[in-house]
Design a protein around this ligand. Sequence first.
Ligand code: UTP
Length: 291
Amino acid sequence: MSYPKIKKAVIPAAGQGTRLLPATKVVPKEMLPIIDVPMIQHIVEEAVRSGVEDVILVTARHKEAIENHFDFNFELEESLDQKHKKDLAEISKSIGRLCNLISIRQKNPLGLGHAVLCAAPVVGNEPFAVLLGDDLIDAEVPCTRQLINIYEKEGHSVVGVMEVPRAEVSKYGIVGGKSIRSRLMEVSHLVEKPAPDAAPSNYAIPGRYVLSPKIFEYLRKTLPGKGGEIQLTDGLELLAKGDRLLAYEFEGTRYDTGDRLGLIDATLAFALKRPDLAPGVRELLRKYLAG
Ligand code: UTP
């Protein structure tokens, strides 16, 4: 049986980014760079490399910089062209060509589940991917593509999971269920940020999902949960009970770039992978470690 192709991705980006204040007072968290590339560009590139054509950005007041980043900047590009800096002009233009960006406002920060629900009129009755802007996943096959592959085979919603130490389960949505085959689990229940002794497993959802449009019915029924917010995890729990939900242990390295240390971790890891920067960064590290 063949299932509909996934061409749409929702990127919820309406949060306040309080963990990175004061940087996020005026600049959207998603625009903070990993070296010279804003976090959100890495996320959109992952979606596009996974086959997504329409990116639906759920945004909020004062976050217009994100939309502008994925548009052309004629003044800058013209001026670079005239100065014969074609390669720089092309870097700027290529971001404008990356995808079709559709943006929708979440008028109040009522939670991640509510943010995803805001995208329902644009998603319509199609399966879609969800990528969170502050979870960077470095993988040979993009994490979203890995989940789409599972969806296209199984025809059911799937969340990406990774194993975390017990002591850290309270930072994530955690899945419980039974293994179907290597890396794939049938989810029976989920808990948002449980205490270590209340967690059903140590498999955490770090912000990648491929969902059937049925999730919208369940999100409409989801009551405010942890922190008084409408939690996506609670909507997924209803989906797991009323329909079917799979969890796939993806391959790749995840960085929590919504957190100060996570941001440093990602910056170093990405710098050490870049031939233009790696020798200089190694030198710097040697200097600081010796001191
Ligand atoms: P976070 O829990 O990381 O919240 O949200 P945040 O506001 O972005 O950051 P901190 O914790 O205050 O530093 C997870 C994801 O859900 C989105 C955020 O933009 C982020 O991508 N989100 C959260 C919304 O879009 N709307 C909301 O109401 C809440």
